[in-house]
Design a protein around this ligand. Structure first.
Ligand SMILES: [Zn+2]
Length: 452
């Protein structure tokens, strides 16, 4: 005798190992809940009362599905799912250690993210995952003309728990390229020497470091030709592009792959992609654009399926078919989400400020914006400090620059007067390399928000 379904389950559960067939007498209403619940005891057959000996074709015998042995089960392993919330996958070191203690055979790499604030975060890649990443990067380079026998200088920064140098090295090995594993922190004069001696077909690295090395070569009076430049980690602004075109006679600029250390490789370029445009690795990565930001879900990390990872990158879809014939969707990178400055109740885009400076002097490449708050009688005024690097004697006319920025930013014009803007922006010319660089990355923190 039993009281209810739950009670019946408790009676049967101890015998789970022996149970096979069950005869039942149930109403249609009761049937679904009883069969669903009791199937958890391990019962393999349910038959209406009086039919249990009939044995339907394919019914299990001795608890085994005999026909299953004659059938192949084919899996569709699409596991990209949209879970509707943002995630990040970086871990603290303590959490990662805990993860290894709970794993059977932990192997692979530990990587760190770039210059984030707060407690440093890390991410684990198994060798298999890293291998997959580098397959994807190799595809990116092949699609842009790197082939077996191409000579390539790798100027990404090695060490520091970073992935880029290693990943590019492995990808180039897969292609069968000839590699110059120089590394971005190698002394500039050595870099120039290697480039002069081996005359690579392509050079890969972070734009600001590439520009620095091109400047060095220029200063030394070397005549170098590097036909292809591949970059990642920062935007290759038009100014930087023009400078490298002039200095290295570069004919082609391409993405070294759109990737993030926690979500893996997301997109690749083909020769038909314009600056910032990428094809999505659509068979393993799904992308949603939410309020302008790219959220990606990815199955490229098999130990850790990525769901709605917030990239922090502003993107938009590129419509139409690509000239290369590939069907993978295309998107365009529009800069970091945080390259938008909220100040004086308006939205100021870093791109508008860069454009304004370029319009006055296209040789200026490095700038920094510092947001502060200044006391003013009873209220607090937000101040935007704009520092840019320029050779002594070539300083810009600040008044002209203010007018230029004002006319380029629509939000600014709609929100405050030119006069009010002039009182709230402080422009300073700095000497080359005077703006502080991150000691590890060599990059400038372009926007520093020092308002409480
Ligand atoms: Zn294409």
């Amino acid at each position: 005798r039993y009281i209810d379904l739950e009670d019946l389950f408790k009676h049967l559960e101890p015998f789970a190992y022996y149970l096979q067939s069950c005869s039942y007498l149930l109403t249609e209403n009761e049937k679904t809940s009883y069969l669903n619940h009791l199937s958890l005891t391990g019962i393999k057959r349910f038959a209406p009362l009086g039919t249990i000996t009939w044995g339907m074709e394919g019914a299990p015998h001795d608890g085994r599905f005999v026909l299953r042995e004659l059938v192949s089960f084919i899996g569709d392993e699409t596991r990209i799912q949209n879970y509707g919330e943002k995630h990040t996958y970086m871990q603290t070191a303590a959490k990662l250690k805990q993860h290894f203690e709970n794993s059977q055979h932990p192997r692979g790499y530990i990587f760190s993210s770039g210059g984030t604030t707060g407690e440093p975060k890390y991410v684990h890649y198994s060798y298999e995952e890293f291998d997959r990443m580098t397959d994807m990067l190799a595809y990116n380079f092949r699609a842009q003309g790197i082939k077996a026998g191409s000579t390539v200088a790798n100027l990404f920064v090695a060490g520091n728990l970073w992935s880029s140098f290693l990943a590019v090295e492995k990808a180039l090995e897969k292609i069968g390229a000839i590699q110059l594993p120089i590394g971005g922190l190698c002394p500039s004069e050595n870099i120039t020497t290697y480039l002069m001696k081996f005359k690579p077909d392509a050079i890969m690295g972070i734009p600001s470091l590439l520009v620095m090395n091109a400047e060095q070569a220029l200063g030394l009076g070397h005549d170098l030709k590097i036909p292809k430049v591949f970059y990642a980690g920062e935007a290759m602004s038009e100014t930087r592009r023009d400078f490298l075109k002039n200095t290295w006679k570069t004919e082609y600029f391409g993405s070294a792959g759109y990737a993030s250390v926690d979500a893996g490789v997301i997109g690749y370029q083909c020769v038909n992609c314009l600056a910032g445009e990428h094809h999505l690795f659509a068979d393993v990565v799904d992308m949603n654009i939410v309020e302008g930001e790219a959220l990606v879900s990815s199955y490229s990390r098999h130990t850790l399926p990525i769901k709605n990872y917030a990239t922090g990158d502003r993107v938009e879809w590129v419509e139409g078919d690509c000239g290369c014939g590939r069907k993978d969707k295309k998107f365009k990178l529009l800069g970091r989400i945080d390259n938008t400055i909220q100040i004086w109740s308006c939205r100021l885009l870093l791109a508008d400020i860069e454009k304004s400076i370029k319009n006055l002097d296209s040789s200026i490449m490095s700038l920094q914006l510092i947001l502060t708050e200044g006391q003013q009688e009873k209220s607090v005024m937000e101040i935007l400090e704009l520092n840019y690097e320029v050779k002594a004697g070539s300083e810009l006319n600040s008044k002209l620059l203010i007018e230029e920025i004002y006319s380029n930013s629509r939000d600014l014009k709609d929100t405050i007067s030119l006069d009010a803007f002039s009182q709230r922006i402080k422009i300073s010319a700095k000497l080359p390399n005077e703006i502080k660089r991150n000691a590890r990355t060599g990059k400038i923190s372009v926007i520093l928000d020092r308002r409480n």
